[in-house]
Design a binder for this molecule. Sequence first.
Ligand code: C5J
Length: 224
Amino acid sequence: MLRIEAEPGAIAIAPERTALLIIDMQRDFLEPGGFGASLGNDVSRLAAAVPPCRAVLAAARRAGLPVLHTREGHRPDLADAPPAKVARGAPGMRIGDPGPMGRILIRGEPGHAIIPELAPLPAEPVIDKPGKGAFFGTDLDLLLRNRGIDTLLVAGVTTEVCVHTTVREANDRGYRCVVLADCCASYFPEFHAAALAMVKAQGGERGGIFGWVSASAPLLAALD
Ligand code: C5J
């Protein structure tokens, strides 16, 4: 077992039952001209999460932990995109509209790709999800259960939307979640802080209401 310093208390993880889950580190969210920018966000705010995420990804690979990546996006014909979701944003800059990185938030377009710094290896599953949560409409739960995973190290963007939704879904399915604070980011720093506070609230030595929050450094120290 590895002991990871975390809040509200340290957590012991079994490497053979632990996976790294990297949420939506896509060009559509991190680069200008994508979905995040189309909603009026300053995408540069997400950049700080990339180097720690890269370090954790490399350490997880060295330690032999399963790594899974997710991508938010939709079919080219938008058949899996709820009309209420498509209707958000300014006309001409909505899901499916053409942008500098191809059609916004559409699978297979350049903007839908995971950023090169965190590119998945061929053996690492990439979960294409139509919603905010990584379990909704995907086979993620099946992949994790088939590998005997009970603990998730969660990184990615944005903290209060897709990371949080996924952590909530994971909790209800019985997984322990450790959210890696500096490997997550939001367009709204105050939402990032509040989302992390919510995960570790109402807890003691056995974790918060949705799990644990750690920085990447204690995890790296434990893995290396
Ligand atoms: C959003 C996400 N914010 N990956 N998606 O729409 O957090």
